[in-house]
Every structure is written in structure tokens, then in C-alpha cells.
Ligand binder design. Sequence first.
Ligand code: TMP
Ligand code: ZN
Length: 411
Amino acid sequence: MEHMSVIHKTTCRICKGPDLVKILALGDHPPVDNFLSEKDIAREKRYPLDVFFCRACNLVQLLDVVSPEELFHGDYAYFSSASEPLVRHFEQYASDLRQRFLSDGDLVVDIGSNDGVLLQFLKDYQVLGIEPSENVARAAREKGIETLVAFFNSSLADTIIASHGKAKVITANNVFAHIDDIDEIIRGVRILLADDGVYAFEAHYLLDLIQKKEFDTVYHEHLCYYSVKPLIELFRRFEMDIFDVERQETHGGSIRVYAGKKGAHSIEPSVQTLLQLEKDAGLHDEQTFAGFQKEVESIRAKLLEVVREARTEGKKVIGYGAPAKGNTLLNYCGFTADDIAYITDTTPHKIGLLTPGSHIPVVSPDILKTETPTLILLLAWNYKDYILEKEADVRKRGARFIIPIPRVEIV
Ligand code: TMP
Ligand code: ZN
């Protein structure tokens, strides 16, 4: 944590143009996956979370880049498999890839493979994970998935070709929006990909972010907030086509993008359909974002009112789920352990630590078998239906959930 560093860019990550306008300012935040213990509090650092829109290519992005070594170092807190619905999502994703693109003996390479959440369902092919966080890679290896501890780039692509050959499918889920030098990733993908191969990635989708006010999905790891329009431009520069796009429900609304070498795949109507949808929603127009800051401020005001009123009445308020985005929300609202007594989370690695910035203790969800808080702030709101059902018991005992996004509701 001592060597944290940040660079401030002045040009667009895709088109390299300088014409960028700030559309959202959330203040200074610590990196959201740096859960910490008491002794590390004094060394915690904060960096600005400002979101910009590129007037030239329309990419929405952060310009303050915290070094990846610091965000995704040896001891990373996010394990995809801690969320059961996400595991089911990746099982379906694997089945889609299998049916559409894969044959016996093919190589599948997953960039940012985390704990092997996708590759575990493709082990009958040749699979290779690439994961920079040592502790997370270890979990994948324990599932029998060959995993390199590394950041992907073009020289690693050459190394993989020498050891494994070319890849039929390369995936990069919830990581392609996390990388500053996306050009280098695509160069690497082009090198490693078979001529008829497929590069598939998932990322949170700007259309969902704007329509559902998902401001908390803004954090330093998420450098890009993609829409289809700038992505098409990006891949065109590398002589690649986006040939299919699908909306997904994960993480509050994502897109899965399929790209290939130019001309290798016929382009599905979905690409034009989503482009039109974005255009109709004004995503390519600066004006659309003009009111976003105010809308986000009003969510904060409402949350502060609900939580502080309950606290004034001496009621207990806790948090449910300690996802990365929960930390953006907590820090933006300025909540501390005086407001939110503790937060439950299923990730063994997070339990026993404090949330970054707000320093709220993370505990096992088992506590809700015996305790009945008055209000439970649902930070993992993307699993709302699943969690409300799972926690039927504490709700029957009288606890009510605060749903923060897309509008503050108490259920
Ligand atoms: P995610 O939305 O980025 O997948 O993160 C979800 C976080 O919430 C992760 O830390 C695991 C946690 N979680 C729970 O504590 N209980 C649950 O039922 C689910 C689905 C997730
Ligand atoms: Zn641009």
C-alpha cells in the first residue's frame, strides 16, 4: 500500500483526442478492493473519482489511473465464485462458447481469469488462465486450472503461442474495462488469436449505468464505461470486427462483445440494434449526462436521510455484501461504523477486515441467523432478488432492506 501511485491522463483512452468533458465528480476515494486492518488505516490513500466523456469518440472514462500493481497486487479481495448467481452466469457463458465456437482440443485463454470461475466449466478443452493476483490464481489452480500469474500483453501472447499454440477463444470478463493500455491488450489478442478465433469479453454497460443511476459502479478499477460505438472504432483500428453483442444482467447490466479478425465472422444485426438503442438513449451526446451529477446527489441525500434518521432513533443499521461498488457508495455518502455497524459478506478473504475508507467491519452473514437489525443497506443490489429470498428469515423477524439503486426503496 505504501507505493501507491496515480497518473493523470489528458487524452482519450480510445481515440487519443484531448476533447474531454467531466460528467461526474464523486470526490476522493481509496481503491475499493483494498480491504484493510486497523494497523493499515494511517497509510490509506485516496484518489479522485472523476468521470469524463470524450466528445470525439464518445468513450466515457476515468483519467486518473491508479497503478494496476497497486489495485490488483498479490492480495486481491474479489473472488468471482463468492457470488453464487455469478457462478451460474459463467456456467451459461461457457455453454454458449462451447456450442458456438469450440471443438475438441481447442485452446481457451481467459485474461483476468480470477478464481477460474469461467474456465472450470471448459476443462475438457485446453484451458489457460491469466491472473495477476497471486492469491486469486491459487484458488484457480486448486480447481486444476493452469493459471499464469501475470498481466496480459503482446510479449506474453508470444510466450503462450510457443508453449500452447494459438487460441480459438480468448475471453476477458470484467477486466477489459479495467486496463489503461487497451491497445496493448488488443495487440496481444490479435497475436494469440487463431485466424477464425473469437475474442469475447464482458463489461458493465454504460446504457445500464445511466438509465439505472448505477453511480457506485464507478471506481478506480473501472477505467472505461463502454458503449458499442467507441468499441467498434477501437477494434477497427486493429483490423478487427465486433460481430455480435448481447446484453447481460450481471453487475447491474453488462454487454458481452464478440470480436474477430476482420471478415472472419459475419456481422450479426445485434450490433446495429444496440448502436441504435444507444443513439436513441443519447449516449453519444454530451447533453444526456448534464443532469447525472444532480441525480446521484439526490440518491446520496435520500440514503443519508434514511440511515441517519434511523440512527437518531437508536436503531441498528447494517450493510449486506461488501462489493467494490459498495465502497464507492459508502465513501461517497461519508458513512462510517457509527452509521453502519457492520457489513456481511460471503468472501472469506474480506471477513475480519475493514472496508476501505469507511472502516466498517466485515463479518460472516451467519450473524443474521441470530441478530435482527432494523435496516439492512443492500450494497450488493445486483443480487437483490436472490438475497431477499435467501434472507427471508431475518426479514420475517422484522428487518427491512434499503435498496439504494436505481432509487432508494425500503422493502
Ligand atoms: P459483485 O457484485 O462484484 O459480484 O460482488 C458481490 C459481493 O457481495 C461479493 O463480495 C460477495 C458478496 N455477496 C454476499 O455477501 N452475499 C450474497 O448472497 C452474494 C450473491 C454476494
Ligand atoms: Zn475518444
